[in-house]
Design a protein around this ligand. Structure first.
Ligand SMILES: *[C@@H]1O[C@H](CO)[C@@H](O)[C@H](O)[C@H]1NC(C)=O
Ligand SMILES: *[C@@H]1O[C@H](CO)[C@@H](O)[C@H](O)[C@H]1NC(C)=O
Ligand SMILES: *[C@@H]1O[C@H](CO)[C@@H](O)[C@H](O)[C@H]1NC(C)=O
Ligand SMILES: *[C@@H]1O[C@H](CO)[C@@H](O)[C@H](O)[C@H]1NC(C)=O
Ligand SMILES: *[C@@H]1O[C@H](CO)[C@@H](O)[C@H](O)[C@H]1NC(C)=O
Ligand SMILES: *[C@@H]1O[C@H](CO)[C@@H](O)[C@H](O)[C@H]1NC(C)=O
Ligand SMILES: *[C@@H]1O[C@H](CO)[C@@H](O)[C@H](O)[C@H]1NC(C)=O
Ligand SMILES: *[C@@H]1O[C@H](CO)[C@@H](O)[C@H](O)[C@H]1NC(C)=O
Ligand SMILES: *[C@@H]1O[C@H](CO)[C@@H](O)[C@H](O)[C@H]1NC(C)=O
Ligand SMILES: *[C@@H]1O[C@H](CO)[C@@H](O)[C@H](O)[C@H]1NC(C)=O
Length: 884
């Protein structure tokens, strides 16, 4: 949990996401409010009430005092627009209309509302100009739902603003509500409200229902809405002099699905003249509109037995439904099943009492809806999801990238093209051009879900990583322009194959190689290390079953000049010359005054011989697991071998009960200590690390190849690599070393020696010893150098460093592999930045290595020698795996 928290904390702190912060704030505030206003919250379940232009830092959400509705800022739901406030000198209006959002930029600006797919929503849009800009120019603009035109908002002469309602069923979980500029004036909005309705009450054959009239018949002038109407429909009032009001104080049974408010059902109108028909006429704004009618009846008078009220309904002169007798205190709703048009735009309703009826007709409320055709289907949902992912990944905040990507055609997103030849089939994205957009990171994986893409232009960006294979699987692709990016690696073969089939692929680089990653450079130290560590990783994971072993290809190797060899009889002479007494040892160390550290087999002390030559004296403890045999082995070995990269033995002490080894003094301690940052908190530079690696490699190489008979160190690890002046590295601690037969393996014993984590698993299993187990250990050291990770860490996803590295590489997380300390180095020095892409080549190198291994199995070609002759001698990576 804490990690997660930290993760989020860092995301918030590091990311520049205004949204995210306000999101947190919102959540916190919602939590508070939720506790206080739980009951209202439950009532308003699914409601979306946006007070547009409300700064999220202002109390958002808040409870609107008149209605108890719970309004929040709209800032989460729109990426554009500016905030305004109506002229304060104007008469007081309801709170949610005071602030507003206006859109000076772009043609189409869209709200993205989170809705439930398939739910019937009553959506209300309100704009109140209120001279917010002091210009006194009322706006006129269009509203769209997704890709479809809904209504024109024209605020001229509308002092109290314009409210529009529609009943709409979203086709996905997000709903775009777009304001579209149609002239010189600036679109604006005061509030947006969505109310989920039952799905079976307002139904249309096609399109959506746009509210035209909704009123209840009363002589009062109380407009009803939430909380009177739990669905927050707004009920206006209407009364005619020819009518008479009848009413009740009793509540009616309104549970017929429509949930008509009680206050609507408590009053009704009847014709004042008992015998006259009940007549209502409404004039349409657009004479050709199709109309749906809803009539709500509830008897408000308790009729004496024998009395009844019965009438027929005529809608535009046609009998509408059957003869009706409203029930006492129980709602009956009569509704259209098909839309009608009204002659000349005049819609007429007549209620005519039947001849038997004792009482005149009655009516409580009317709703009239016009049909809005929404012919344009939205862009293919998969494409929308994919393009939104791409938009999010690259942080594309273009003003046109709002609303539906493809339609309407005139609001097509910049850089896209779509096939929308037929309005009844979802448009499909066929063209994506993001050239020169400053894109960073990898080529977005979501691109593969634009399955009908024909042209893809990602040129002239800062894209990094490899060219993904999935591009080859996109069957429609005819052109891919990836030029002018920082892509690396080889182009997938499958993509090259597609090229033969006519795909036009534009990338930079010679021989279809990106950023020179395939180019053989004279000296890329990083590459060398990558090669060797690749070999290590492969050792761990790509082991050959074969137990037959083959020596290193010695034939191709020439020894360095500083390498010498000593014969046995020389050794015995040497041994006498270098022997010290215990009292001499005490003198050298000034009675063990300055311990340098504790090795595996005893404490190491600082000393000096004759006040000039500094030495390190290892005093073997009595309890040491290193027996006399090991001690002798080390003495023998060190006296026999001389190499600049092996710690040299100055002398030794071999008295009963006192064994000591006197080494040359290594002023900079061991590699592990330096990597851990404990030494003097300075970070080893990359170039230094590399030099250390090469030094250690040369030392090991000498043991394997320069010595006769060859030696195996058997305990190569970072604590056994010591650093002298100028960070010259030398291998130390030869206590476990053994000689082995040239060209074969030396079967030591069933006891496996060495340090866990560095031990070649193969060696573990078979108990066999081979020089290659040193190579394995050295590879582990290289991984330490690169990653600065512990060799074995049980808390890591993969406890062993080699497994972990391979795991990270497989995930493509190369940055995550690198020693974070090095990373800092890169950032602070531009020289490093230049090198940094080379780090990414590790993966490529691995792949190349594998390919090489496959294709060159068994032939001793030295692939690496071109890149670094120095190291290639002992680390012929092409050969190592197959050698097993
Ligand atoms: C709209 O919002 C939904 C859910 O919040 C999100 O999944 C989607 O990506 C958003 N769409 C756009 C165009 O931002
Ligand atoms: C209200 O009317 C419905 C049918 O329209 C009926 O099922 C329900 O029982 C009635 N409720 C009451 C309280 O009478
Ligand atoms: C009432 O309506 C009937 C039929 O329309 C009409 O004949 C009669 O004159 C009306 N009575 C009054 C008082 O207006
Ligand atoms: C009702 O209205 C219609 C259309 O306006 C009209 O033709 C008719 O005469 C009216 N009826 C009465 C009784 O007012
Ligand atoms: C557009 O899609 C239709 C099928 O929906 C297809 O018949 C037509 O060829 C496509 N047009 C183009 C230009 O790709
Ligand atoms: C992408 O757009 C740029 C200009 O914005 C244009 O020059 C280039 O040709 C386009 N690419 C393709 C493949 O059409
Ligand atoms: C790549 O990024 C650098 C630095 O962030 C910037 O200066 C350069 O303009 C970018 N190049 C492109 C092609 O976007
Ligand atoms: C591609 O679409 C499929 C199905 O909608 C989805 O499961 C997958 O995650 C998408 N892939 C990417 C990379 O977005
Ligand atoms: C590919 O993109 C580069 C850089 O934007 C441009 O110079 C080149 O003309 C493009 N090639 C094609 C064939 O579109
Ligand atoms: C070993 O060294 C001794 C003394 O330097 C020398 O006489 C002898 O020939 C050497 N033997 C070999 C095999 O090199």
């Amino acid at each position: 949990m804490i990690e997660l928290l930290f993760f989020f904390t860092s995301l918030i702190l590091l990311g520049e996401h205004e949204h995210m912060e306000s999101g947190i704030l919102l959540v916190a505030l919602i939590a508070t409010f939720a506790a206080i206003h739980l009951s209202q919250a439950e009532d308003q379940e699914g409601f979306i009430s946006l007070d547009c232009g409300l700064a999220p830092s202002e109390a958002s959400p808040y409870i609107e005092p008149d209605t108890g509705l719970w309004f929040s800022s709209d800032s989460e739901f729109i990426q554009s627009g500016k905030i305004g406030k109506i002229d304060p000198s104007l008469p007081k209006t309801i709170k949610s209309y005071v602030t507003l959002r206006y859109f000076p930029d772009g043609i189409r600006n869209c709200y993205n509302l989170s809705v439930k797919q398939g739910t019937n929503y009553l959506m209300r849009f309100t704009a109140l100009y209120g001279n917010y800009d002091g210009l006194n120019i009322t706006p006129k603009f269009d509203l769209y739902v997704g890709p479809n035109f809904w209504v024109t908002i024209d605020l001229e002469n509308k002092i109290s603003g314009q409210s529009e309602e529609i009943i709409y069923i979203p086709r996905s979980n997000s709903l775009d509500l777009c304001l579209v500029k149609t002239g010189a004036t600036t679109p604006m909005v005061s509030s947006v409200e969505l109310r989920p309705l039952a799905n079976d009450i307002y139904i249309t054959e096609s399109g959506s229902l746009k509210s035209f009239k909704r009123y209840y018949l009363t002589s009062s002038d109380t407009i009803l809405s939430y909380p009177n109407d739990v669905k927050d429909r707004i009920w206006e009032t209407k009364f005619d002099p020819e009518w008479m009001q009848i009413s009740t104080t009793l509540e009616a049974n309104n549970s017929n699905g429509f949930l008509v408010p009680q206050n609507v059902l408590k009053t009704a109108a009847i014709p004042a003249n008992d015998t006259a028909p009940f007549n209502i006429t409404e004039e349409l704004d657009f004479p050709d509109d199709q109309i749906y009618l809803y009539l709500h009846f509830s008897e408000v008078q308790a009729l004496p037995i024998g009395d009844f009220r019965e009438f027929d309904i005529f809608w535009n002169g046609q009998q509408f439904d059957k003869t009706i007798r409203p029930e006492y205190l129980k709602t009956t709703t009569i509704k259209s099943t098909t839309p009608v048009t009204c002659k000349g735009g005049l819609c007429n309703l007549e209620l005519i009492r039947t001849t038997n009826s004792i009482l005149p007709p009655l009516l409580n409320a009317i709703e009239l809806y016009t049909v809005v055709k929404f012919p344009q289907v939205e862009t293919n949902e998969n494409d929308v999801v994919a393009i939104l992912k791409i938009k999010a990944q690259y942080g594309l905040n273009r003003i046109t990238w709002q609303g539906d990507p493809c339609v309407p055609q005139n609001f097509l997103w910049d850089g896209l093209n779509c096939n929308n030849t037929d309005t009844s089939t979802p448009p499909i994205i066929t063209y994506l051009n993001l050239t020169s957009n400053g894109l960073e990171g990898n080529i977005a994986a979501a691109i593969q879900n634009l399955t009908h893409l024909e042209k893809l232009d990602l040129s002239n960006n800062n894209l990094t990583g490899e060219v993904p294979e999935f591009l080859a699987n996109m069957k429609s692709l005819m052109l891919i322009n990836l030029s002018k990016n920082n892509l690396i690696g080889l182009i997938p073969q499958a993509l090259l194959d597609r090229e033969k089939e006519g795909l036009q692929l534009i990338v930079d680089g010679e021989h279809r190689c990106l950023s020179g990653s395939c180019v053989t450079e004279k000296k890329i130290p990083v590459k060398t290390v990558a090669f060797v560590s690749s070999a290590t990783v492969m050792f761990a994971f790509k082991r050959k079953k074969s137990s037959s072993s083959k020596a290193l290809p010695l034939s191709s190797i020439k020894l360095g000049e500083d390498v010498t060899s000593t014969n046995i009889s020389e050794i015995s002479i040497e041994m006498k010359r270098r022997k010290f007494t215990y009292s001499e040892v005490m003198k050298i160390t000034k009675n063990l005054a300055r311990p340098l550290g504790e090795g595996g087999f005893g404490v190491v002390y600082h000393g000096d011989i004759n006040g000039s030559q500094q030495v390190a004296v290892k005093l073997l403890s009595q309890s040491s697991t290193q027996g006399y045999k090991e001690f002798k082995a080390e003495v023998e070995l060190l006296l026999r071998v001389h190499h600049i990269n092996l710690v040299s033995l100055v002398g030794y002490c071999d008295e009963r009960g006192h064994l000591a080894l006197i080494y040359e003094y290594m002023s900079n301690g061991d590699l592990k200590h330096h990597l851990s940052g404990k030494h003097d908190s300075s970070v080893l530079k990359w170039s230094t690390r590399l030099q250390i690696a090469i030094d250690a490699a040369l030392g090991l190489e000498y043991l394997h190849i320069g010595c006769r008979p060859p030696m195996v160190h058997r305990d190569v690890k970072s604590t056994n690599i010591l650093l002298g002046e100028g960070f010259t590295a030398k291998l130390a601690d030869f206590g476990l070393s053994r000689s082995f037969q040239l060209g074969g393996e030396y079967h030591v014993s069933t006891v496996v020696a060495g340090t866990p984590g560095y031990l070649d698993p193969e060696c573990y299993r078979t108990g066999r010893l081979a020089e290659l187990s040193d190579v394995y250990s050295f590879g582990v050291v290289l991984l330490e150098i690169i990653t600065n990770q512990d060799v074995v860490d049980q808390t890591r996803e993969k406890s062993h460093i080699a497994e972990w590295t391979a795991f990270m590489l497989n995930r493509g997380d190369i940055a995550g592999i690198m020693d974070p300390n090095l990373h800092g180095d890169y950032n602070s020095h531009s020289a490093w930045r230049k090198k940094r892409p080379n780090m990414f080549q590790v993966v490529i190198e691995l792949k190349e290595c594998l390919t090489c291994e496959m294709s060159m199995k068994g032939n001793g070609q030295d692939m690496d020698s071109q890149s670094s002759p120095k190291v290639s001698i002992s680390y012929d990576t092409t050969d190592l795996p197959s050698a097993r």
